[in-house]
Design a protein around this ligand. Sequence first.
Ligand SMILES: O=c1[nH]cc([C@@H]2O[C@H](COP(=O)(O)OP(=O)(O)OP(=O)(O)O)[C@@H](O)[C@H]2O)c(=O)[nH]1
Length: 621
Amino acid sequence: MVLCPVIGKLLHKRVVLASASPRRQEILSNAGLRFEVVPSRFKEKLDKASFATPYEYAMETAKQKALEVATRMHQKDLRTPDVVIGADTIVTVGGLILEKPVDKQDAYRMLSRLSGKEHSVFTGVAIVHCSSNDRQLHTRVSEFYEETTVKFSELSEELLWEYIHSGEPMDKAGGYGIQALGGMLVESVHGDFLNVVGFPLNHFCKQLVELYYPPRPEDLRQPVQHDCIPAVDTFEDLSDVEGGGSEPAQRETGSRDEKAEVGAAGQATAEAECHRTRATLPPFPTRLLELLDGFKLSKALLTACKLKVFDWLKREAPQKAPDIASKVDASACGTEKLLDVCAAMGLLEKTQQGYSNTETANLYLASDSEYSLHGFMLQNDDVIWNLFTYLEFAIREGRNQHHRVLGKKVEDLFQDAYYRSPETQLRFMQAMHGVAKLTARQVATAFDLSRFSSACDVGGCTGALARELAREYPRLQVTVFDLPDVVELAVHFQPAGPQAAQIHFAAGDFFRDPLPSAELYVLCRILHNWSDDKVHKLLSKVAESCKPGAGLLLVETLLDEEKREAQGGLIQSLNMLVQTEGRERSRGEYQCLLELHGFHQVQVVHLEGVLDAMLATRVAP
Ligand SMILES: O=c1[nH]cc([C@@H]2O[C@H](COP(=O)(O)OP(=O)(O)OP(=O)(O)O)[C@@H](O)[C@H]2O)c(=O)[nH]1
């Protein structure tokens, strides 16, 4: 949309900001708006669960704040305001809505939830146009929301409390003020900064343009989505108001010509009709429909990877759809549609000259990139996708679905499913290698492991983590312990480098064979594959192999204790149900397991993405 000078349209109106927030007052007066401030008395207590999305909750709160002020002023003031502006800012993380903290403990809970993670800040805004007729207040509400994503650094306890004691969190959504001390906590911001501060000025101006610059007839041929939509011919009448007047377009109540004909009574009827429609029409389920489409987007990504679209575009770009189609041996019309979806997903760039990879595609989707996830994509396409088609059975039966996909009994998960042929084994190892490389550096540096001189990475597969451990600790000797078939193929994944001398492979089954001796044992994404019985069996083997003082580095995705928050972890747990014999567990569950097997002093570090690292020490039995 083209922005036009629009604040001036409000200059001769009585504008009221229904907010006590000094930040909103500052943002709007800096923009040149003249307004009175009448803080709203509306209690922010709407039932969050009754809203399909957090932004609908924010918009409704903003609307109620503004309507409360409009109604009060209409009853008590001689002159009804022309425009009342209300706003509400909330923070969402892991499905929870955070508002202003009620006390320091609440601020602590909020900030520790945000620590090291990305969250969304939504501000809902309502612009209420008021008029008075027969001493009746008539309102027309225009509402919108803006979303900004903010990523916090990992915050130490000391910093958290220092910040809380500064007093700044208390009147701020999510418990922080990005414009002041809270700016220190923020690693990155995606979107409108002022939206985080409390008022999305740019979107507000765009909304005013929509209201005060009526569209030309040629813009109106497509249906317009609005809560209360007049017939298209009514819109076309608006063309009389050339260039935009100082009255907002009468979208909710009809055009001016229509109003002149029907008179005030007609307007009231139209407004009543509008309010009736608003009240009876449920909110549009945008988020729900996005969720529904999720599987189609995944499949488009996986198909583009399988066809090696990103490899061809890494070699040469830009390329037009028919050229890529001939290289990937596919139809031109199908390829063009796939490429367009990839571009819409931000994986490709589309220009007049053709399509090119984005940086993300070059880094992670081309099969020859150092941090390629191509193997992981293929594993998802060829194996996990099929397993998920039996999700309903998995849920009914409470078990994985390899037997249905393969049409035979699967007794040993690895031998009978993942490693049933050299091809499936290699694909699985490539997938694991890609994921391990991506996270290995974070795992290796999560704790100071310099006191250990030997480590055993149990189920360490291609040795990707072993390599990072060896790089970080040059005096550490690392043994990768895995099944004989894995050890045999692992040679294909070993790059030359000084770490080679520190890494050894040992073949064996960690449930049956003795573990190599070491001062530090590593179990990275192993326990989540197994049932509680097998986890006990493995942990007791590790414990038996350990001397007091030995370490256990456990890497898993930790769920929150109530299993409500970490959406990534919860979907991963469902994934474990469909694929394995295990599940994701919470920090408390792992701590109990570790302590039961003689591992204490458990420290936890959350890593970027969904993984968490835990380091525990073996105490004397
Ligand atoms: O980074 C920042 N994030 C948020 C804020 C301020 O937080 C509050 C949000 O609360 P709310 O939307 O309920 O607004 P109130 O302050 O209660 O004023 P009302 O008029 O709505 O009653 C808001 O003040 C933001 O500015 C911040 O300062 N920085």
